[in-house]
Structures are given as C-alpha cells and as structure tokens.
Design a protein around this ligand. Sequence first.
Ligand code: SF4
Ligand code: SF4
Length: 424
Amino acid sequence: MTTQDAMNTFVKDTGGWVASQLEACTRCGICADACHFYTATGNPEYAPVWKVELLRRAYEQQFTFSGKIKLALGIDKKITDADLNHWSDLNYQACTVCNKCSIACPMGIDLGSLLAGVRSGLAAGGFVPEDLAKAVQLQLDEGSPLGMTDEVWEDRLEWVEDDWEVDIPIDVEGADTLVIFSSIEVMKFPTNIAAIAQILNAAGENWTVSSTAREVVNFGFYEGSEEHTKQFLKTLLDGAKELGVKRIVVTECGHAYDALRWHAAHMLPEANNFEITHITGVLGELVGAGRLNLKPGFYDELDAGTITFHDACKIQRKGGHIKEPREILNLLAPESFKEMTPNQEQAICCGGGGGVIAIKDADPIRFKSFELKIDQVNKVGAKTVAMSCSNCRLQYVDGVGHFDLDWKVTGLSQMVADALIEEE
Ligand code: SF4
Ligand code: SF4
C-alpha cells in the first residue's frame, strides 16, 4: 500500500458526481460551524471543507487544466506521504462522519460521502491509524474488534440468561427476526442484551440470535475499506439466510446500522432479501401498538431528576428514528423528560463515533468535543442521559469519568425494559 494507491483510489472515486460536488463549493465556510470538532477547538483545519481538501487537490491535479498548470508552476505540490499522514489525522481523529456538515451546506454538498471517499483513499494507501488498523485485523482474525470470539459470545449469553433470568433463543431456524448485537453492548453493556431479550419476549416476538451473525460492528466501514466492509456484512447476511429470517434488527449501534441498513444494499444484492431495521424503530412499533405492558410515568415516580435524550447521528439524523424515543420518553417520563438544544436532526454528535473512540491519540480532541455535550446537558439540568447507540453511550460513560460528572448514562432499550410491568 502506497501513496500512489491512495491517489488511484481518490481518482477512481473522483467520478462525475464527486467532481460536481467539489466544483459546487463556494468556500463559504458555513459547514465549519456545523462541525463539533471545529466549534470545540476553533482549529480551521477541522472545518469539513478542509478535511476533503485532499480529494479536491487530487481531482484538480489529475483532471483540470488549472491543476496541471499550478503543478507546473510550483503553485501546488504533488500530494506526498506527509500530506496523507496529516489528512489521516484530520479525517480519522477529528471526524465522526456525523453528517451534520452535509445538512448545513447551502449548496447541498454531501460532505459526509466526500469524507467517506477520503477515508477510502487513505485506507487503500495504508494510512489508517494504527489502533483502527489493529481493530480491523482483530475483526478479520476473531470475528470481532473487541475480542468477542465464539466462546466469549456463548459465555456471555449463558451468563445473561442465568443472571437476568431471561430466555435468549439461539440459532432458531425459521424465526421471523434475527437480532444482531454490537460487541460494545456485549462486552461493555451486557444489560442491553437482557433488556432487549425481555422486551422481545414480552411482546411475543419470534426472534433469535445467531452463532455466526453475532457481531454487527463493522470496523471495515470505519476504516473506509470496501473490501473489509463487504466481508463483515456478508457474514451477517449469510447467517440471516441460513436461519431463514425475514427481518434483521440492529441493536444499539449507530454506524453498524448505517453499514447494514444502507451500504449493504449497494454492496451485496442479497441484503435486499431482508427487512433491515433498528431496535429504536422496533421499540416505537411495539410501544405504539400497545404490545408492551409498561408503567406510564415510571421514571417520574423514581424522582431522579431531569432526563434528556441524546440523538445519535446515524440512528436519528440519518436513520430518521426521531419520534420513537420522544414518544417512549413522554410516556415513561412525561414530567422529567426534557430536550437539550439543539436536538433531533440538528443534534451535536457525542464526539466518539466514526471510530474516533478507538484511537488513543484522538482522546484529547474527543474529550474537548465532549465539552459541548456537557454544556448542553447542564443547560437542561439533566441527571440522566438516555440514548439508542452504545458507541455514544461509551463516549458518555468515558466523558462522565473523565470530567467527574454526576450523570447517569443509559440506553433507551434499558429504560423500556426497566419500566415493563411483570406478568403475574
Ligand atoms: S458549506 Fe458547502 S459550499 Fe460552503 S464551504 Fe462548506 S462545503 Fe463549501
Ligand atoms: S461529518 Fe461531522 S465530524 Fe465530520 S467534518 Fe462533518 S460535521 Fe465534522
């Protein structure tokens, strides 16, 4: 893998669509204010439009007369290893691919896709940060970047079944729904497995987990490698096909939902054989249809202070599952649920998505960006922050520890499960 491989990938990706996007940019700078890394630091290199500058330069140098003249006159220089290393830092450490810049751009430029294009080129050239590359290798070798091997998965399921006294159907052929958890939940928030199992069992769903399609996290997607992304997605789709399910439910993981819900359909046609949805949508359906026996006002009665909801970039902004958490929280905490501002599509990213939380060198900027969330949560006076993405949850838990905050951080599924009225 070399600089030339990176350049070739930039050039391959610089088709008509990318060129038109780059040409449309007026350099107004509006996207900068949409980026939490830029607003938290004021560093102009963190402006979204600057993060795609590498792609623009590669396009200009390869395809435009002015670009070639600039090179010939020495006004611009050929892209070097040093440039690629620098943009690797900018794109992997200071971008969560949250897509807020895309919705802010008045020219309608899809910066999120351009940023993904930059990652593709960097991955092809071997400019992926070491920590991320190691996680990809672990997923290739063991089936999970967080060490969730077959044995660990089996042990965890057994433990959750015993400790929470909940049935978890495993490898049930002909089940309607395959539920795929992320290793963040399995390794860091195993209560999520119990919570989702309790909810689906209470609703009488015909569901299963799989021994093979067991890890929804996709580090190939973070890295920007189409080959690895596809490989990890294929394992999931093969597992779903083997069991003959109709629907795949991604649990509380945002980027995994993005990869499986939208990207799989372009990469692997068999993805279109399944309905692919997110647990937040399922919760909304079950609660809306009255299929869960929940205690209205459950959290108001606990009297544990204000509860707020953090919108995840891939589940709410991109996935559109915006109304379901509100309907659920307005039912369970009509008095104590309060919105932070901005919210919904305009929400500020947690700062740990897109693989950023896996890169140690990104810790200072990750925590700096989290200060924006501290400000938002403190303004609404919340003591509990709920969310439907465990990557965001991990970032919040880390932030709470780092800044010594007295907040409770929880998942939406957990909140629903805790408010279930037990059948006699
Ligand atoms: S907001 Fe859009 S047009 Fe303005 S600088 Fe950013 S990408 Fe370019
Ligand atoms: S996708 Fe999000 S993190 Fe990345 S540049 Fe745009 S606003 Fe910033």
